[in-house]
Design a protein around this ligand. Sequence first.
Ligand code: OAD
Length: 261
Amino acid sequence: MSVPIEPHDQRFPVLDPAVLQRARGMLATSASIVAFSGAGLSAESGVPTFRDAATSGLWTRYDPARLASPEGFAADPDLVLAWYADRRRAVARATPNAAHRALAARPDIALVTQNVDDLLERAGCDPTRVVHLHGRIDRDRCHGSCGHEEPIDPAVIVAELRRCPRCGALLRPAVVWFGEALPPEAWERAVAAMHSADTVIVIGTSGAVWPAAGLVDLARSAGAGIVVVNPDADPDDNKDHADIVLRGRAGEVLPALLSGP
Ligand code: OAD
């Protein structure tokens, strides 16, 4: 499948061809490749990131303790649901970008994402291939303990407090909030992928949120090479454990990194 390359945006660094070649060489000799992604993967689709300082990062404008924690939901469920309804509409409006499409064109690459959107799936990735460490924004789940989960209708997004049809507890977005555990199956699949990886491509994440961020060190300790894709000149945690840093936006770098010879 050929992947169209989008024009370069002058506000971002130009990809260094020599560094790109080194990264392509590393991938060419890797039997097992994992793409570990964060909000930067979906940034060019218009889904805001969380921590881009001076610009539009969600957590620079909103308080995660009020909007993305069990305590915030208990204190003001209507506020939390209204905020998630806005985010759900933004994700429903967004379309996959060139980075999602480049990953969809490489079914050999395992996908572990912190993103709660479904843009990888909508780009054509087999849903069973995508490990969502932080859940899915297009689903609701029971806030009690019965385990019920259901999809929402992206065409009819409402901020309405609803009850679990199985046990009567409140329903809430099926995402992981601050202070909550990651879904065990997703975590186990992610750890297994990191253990067997020859190369991990770390795409658009600040590495600020644990335990997800620790997966990169896990892979490195298990012997994987680390390639970071990020336009930030100094992606804090990432620079320390990267073998190769490709400075640029995911939508430009991934098509160049992952396309055929
Ligand atoms: P952050 O917002 O913390 O980091 C986004 C990263 O993407 C930054 O390092 C940016 O430099 C980079 N970036 C921005 N635009 C990019 C582009 N076009 N291409 C590539 N990289 C780009 O987002 P995450 O690391 O994903 O948790 O945040 C981790 C978790 O914190 C999220 O999953 C979310 C949040 O609270 C939950 O929803 C549970």
